[in-house]
Write a protein that binds this ligand. Structure first.
Ligand code: PHE
Length: 451
């Protein structure tokens, strides 16, 4: 059977935007921004998206379109020897990220449901925290994880055009419209002006003093939010049937993803400032605790909460499908398995890997720090080295297709990929490994010892 392709250019762009816009923008971005000082983090992150993220998307697009393959097959075709094994790293990363991503997405589904059935009434942070405890662990959590994975499997089993393309054409516009509405609402809140100044006036002194922390955090966030470093964009570009302007497409995708993240800040920070919650008190649960408390305390909070949590659920779904598609494309291309059984089998395996995360949040850290701080960064490093140093001519040639007047873009791009990206990524990787070892020998060891 012929390999599927996107039906339209918009379909491809929406799918890639859907992949990029997800928990990374909405759940991770505000608390990371809060942790690293608001505006100072924002400006570093914006610089990273433009200078590192955009070229990294192009790296994956070029590989995918050139080979029409899944990441493992693509690297085997273009590279030799050890390179052909690099694709395996993506498969491992995909499994780990999707397994906890789905659990966290399940929390959002659950909060949406709570908003619909009971509303948000807990103004006391201790009670809101207790609610988060019930939502984030236990059998119900497992159930919502299962429901989310079933949705993901359903879409991927339906195929590239009928599953992914059709669903993102609905999901992505819905996300953008809801978000614009929410940001407009945020504008009317009492805390808006304090929030804007916190969010928008960068303090270069803070950046200079804390760059060893801000830099890797901004790099990690840029990769994660743009879905690069694990072959998802290779997979999506492999369904491009014709030669389009990859640079324009990558630019649109990076810009829309960034716009969404920035908009989320315009929603979340005014809400937090209005009820006097300090955004820096971050952490994966804090955003739920502070937002539910906030939704309980502001006019129209219930509707606002349902719309917000529901929107995040949709955004998570359009990202999660891209990860399962990457995994499924491997089984289809390389082992000749057909789509439906491949989706069910891999989706079930991902579900099982996520089970520990529903039992204890320690597993979320164990997975997230490894995948996000190390595997994604390592993946980006390998891809940059591969394109920049192993196949630069092939890559340049592929980039030129579909671009009438390339100017100096191809040279600038290869140069960026060869040196600056490699350096930044190496530094981030080193810091990520140090963090992980700290975690394993510290928090995690204590936790194990207490068992
Ligand atoms: N970009 C997605 C987000 O921001 C997460 C993701 C990472 C999706 C890697 C696919 C691959 O939520």
């Amino acid at each position: 059977m012929a390999r599927e392709t996107w039906a339209t250019r918009t379909g491809f762009i929406l799918a890639a935007v859907g992949s990029a816009v997800g928990l990374g923008n909405i759940w991770r971005f505000p608390f990371i921004t809060g942790q690293y000082g608001g505006s100072s983090f924002l400006i570093t992150y914006l610089a990273f998206v433009a200078l590192i993220g955009f070229p990294a998307i192009l790296v994956e697009f070029v590989i995918g379109r050139r080979t029409d393959r899944n990441p493992v097959g693509a690297l085997r075709e273009l590279g030799s020897g050890a390179w052909s094994y690099a694709g395996w790293l993506f498969v491992v990363t995909g499994f780990i990220i999707l397994s906890y991503y789905s659990v966290v997405a399940g929390w959002f589904l659950r909060y949406t449901l709570i908003g619909i059935t009971e509303g948000f009434t807990l103004t006391d942070p201790a009670e809101a925290n207790a609610l988060f405890g019930t939502v984030s662990t236990g059998l119900d959590t497992l159930l919502f994880h299962a429901v989310f994975m079933l949705l993901v499997i359903g879409i991927i089993a339906a195929g590239v055009r009928r599953g992914i393309e059709l669903s993102v054409k609905v999901m992505v516009p819905v996300i953008v419209v809801l978000l614009l509405g929410l940001a407009a609402y945020g504008f009317t809140l009492d805390g808006a002006s304090a929030a804007y100044s916190y969010y928008l006036s960068p303090d270069f002194g803070t950046i200079a003093a804390n760059w060893t922390e801000i830099l890797p955090a901004a790099a990690g966030q840029a990769f994660f939010t743009l879905s690069v470093g694990m072959g998802v964009m290779i997979t999506y570009a492999s369904y491009l049937g014709e030669d389009r302007n990859l640079a324009a497409d990558a630019g649109i995708i990076a810009a829309l993803d960034t716009l969404v993240a920035v908009l989320v800040g315009f929603v979340v920070f005014p809400i937090l400032f209005s009820v006097g919650i300090e955004p820096g008190t971050g952490g994966p649960g804090a955003i739920f605790v502070s937002l539910t408390a906030a939704f309980a305390g502001i006019p129209g909070g219930r509707i606002l909460g349902v719309v917000f949590f529901g929107m995040v659920g949709i955004a998570a779904l359009s990202s999660a499908i891209s990860i399962l598609e990457m995994l499924v494309s491997y089984l289809i291309d390389e082992l000749g398995v057909s789509r439906v059984p491949a989706s069910v089998a891999l989706g079930t395996a991902v579900f099982l890997l996520g089970v520990p995360v529903t039992i204890d949040l320690m597993f979320l850290n164990l997975y997230d720090l490894l995948a996000d701080g190390i595997l994604l960064v390592l993946g980006s490093l390998l891809l940059a080295l591969f394109v920049g140093w192993v196949i630069p001519d092939v890559a340049r040639d592929e980039l030129r297709k579909g671009i009438a007047d390339i100017g100096g873009l191809d040279d600038a791009w290869i140069w960026a990929v060869r040196i600056p990206i490699v350096i930044v990524v190496l530094v981030s990787l080193y810091l990520g490994i140090v963090d992980y070892v700290d975690f394993l020998t510290g928090d995690f060891a204590d936790w194990l010892a207490a068992r």
